[in-house]
Design a protein around this ligand. Structure first.
Ligand SMILES: C=C1C[C@]23C[C@H]1CC[C@H]2[C@@]12CCC[C@@](C)(C(=O)O1)[C@H]2[C@@H]3C(=O)O
Ligand SMILES: O=C(O)CCC(=O)C(=O)O
Ligand SMILES: [Fe+2]
Length: 355
């Protein structure tokens, strides 16, 4: 008979019959570091973020409006095949269905972010989150996949490779579209111009496979705590079970209902910097479920590879609108974020903005 302490392991949360104290969220300001006002409730309001058809001739206006008001939207007719979405979802299922000990063999090392484990934001919260996941941030996933699937790793690595290629193309297409709505062209940003010319083969992103097991007391638990993504933008595929909520000051928490083949797009902190504050980075979280486990796959896009500086676009700054943030590389931003978390944007804000 294992002791209670042994039973509570992130790899087998789904087998627990009661919610341990360490997983019970009280929704005080400490549970929602980014927007204390968002801590007030577990409930969501009856509103929804727009679904935008990418083949609509008004796509630029629609996407521009949604990213400015919500910092998030959903997309249909995005060109990602249903087969690829199904493939990566079943890869995730196969992984999370493994016994805890097997999954832990692919655990991320202390130094690395890649591999199996808790969400990266966990250390900033008092309570534990009801989820497990696998992060792909560099090529080390190939070794992990070798350990997890000695016979099938080539097939699974192929799916990841294809997913990364397709998502990178889609992410840059969305960037160009949102820039267009701000009256900016790719030529206005040196790195974006290079990216466009190279057919977006020089960008950088990460994938996070998230699994939220069934939970005995979903009302008091949290799958993934309120956060913003440290990206330019994130493209999220959620399985047919919902759980994602986005926060808007005017509305409160809004549930993003899953629909077949529809992807969610979130604006991240780097887009906020790039747009000199015109595009909000959306605060979002994942709730859990009593009867159904849930999988989501996030493609976190950081834009340019290498040590390229991301700065407010000069066309969007001027005497009346001074640059609000200093320039920063993605790597540097991630370092700051995982030192000071909710204060990361303040840490790079220009104190007395002049031009
Ligand atoms: C490239 C990134 C972006 C990371 C950190 C690193 C690898 C994993 C990403 C996520 C994925 C899950 C949510 C998040 C908030 C987390 O805990 O890990 C993300 C975080 C961020 O957007 O800050
Ligand atoms: O599971 C979800 O719906 C949200 C996941 C998420 O926010 C992330 O991976 O960054
Ligand atoms: Fe996120």
């Amino acid at each position: 008979m294992p002791s209670l302490a042994e039973e509570i392991c992130i790899g087998n949360l789904g087998s627990l019959q009661t919610l341990p104290e360490s997983f019970t969220w009280k929704l005080t300001a400490a549970d929602s570091l980014l927007r204390p006002s968002s801590a007030v409730s577990f409930d969501a309001v009856e509103e929804s973020i727009p679904v935008i058809d990418l083949s609509n001739p008004d796509v630029t206006t629609l996407i521009g409006d949604a990213s400015k008001t919500w910092g998030a939207f959903q997309i249909a007719n995005h060109g990602i095949s249903q087969k690829l979405l199904d493939d990566i979802e079943s890869l995730s299922k196969t992984l999370f269905d493994m016994p805890s000990e097997r999954k832990l063999e692919a655990a991320s090392s202390d130094k690395g972010v890649s591999g199996y484990g808790e969400p990266r934001i966990s250390p900033f919260f008092e309570k534990k989150m009801w989820s497990e996941g696998f992060t792909i941030a560099d090529d080390s996933y190939r070794n992990h996949f070798n350990t997890l699937w000695p016979h099938d790793h080539t097939k699974y690595c192929g799916i990841i490779q294809e997913y990364v290629d397709e998502m990178e193309k889609l992410a840059s297409r969305l960037l160009y579209c949102i820039l267009g709505s701000l009256g900016v062209t790719v030529e206005d940003i040196e790195w974006a111009h290079k990216l466009e010319k190279s057919g977006s083969k020089v960008g950088r992103g990460a994938i996070r496979l998230n699994h939220y097991p069934v939970c005995p007391e979903p009302e008091r638990a949290m799958g993934l705590a309120a956060h913003t993504d440290s990206t330019i933008l994130t493209i999220l595929h959620q399985s047919n079970t919902g759980g994602l909520q986005v926060f808007r000051e005017e509305s409160g928490w809004v549930t993003v209902e899953p629909a077949p083949g529809v992807l969610v797009v979130n604006m991240g902190d780097l887009f906020h910097i790039l747009s000199n504050g015109k595009i909000p980075s959306v605060v979002h979280r994942a709730k859990v479920n009593h009867t159904r486990s849930r999988i989501s796959i996030a493609y976190l896009w950081g834009g340019p590879a290498g040590d390229v500086q991301i700065a407010p676009i000069s066309k969007l700054t001027g005497p009346a609108e001074p640059s609000l943030y200093r320039s920063i590389t993605w790597k540097e931003y991630l370092q700051i974020k995982y030192e000071v978390f909710d204060k990361a944007m303040d840490a790079i804000r220009v104190v007395n903005p002049t031009n």
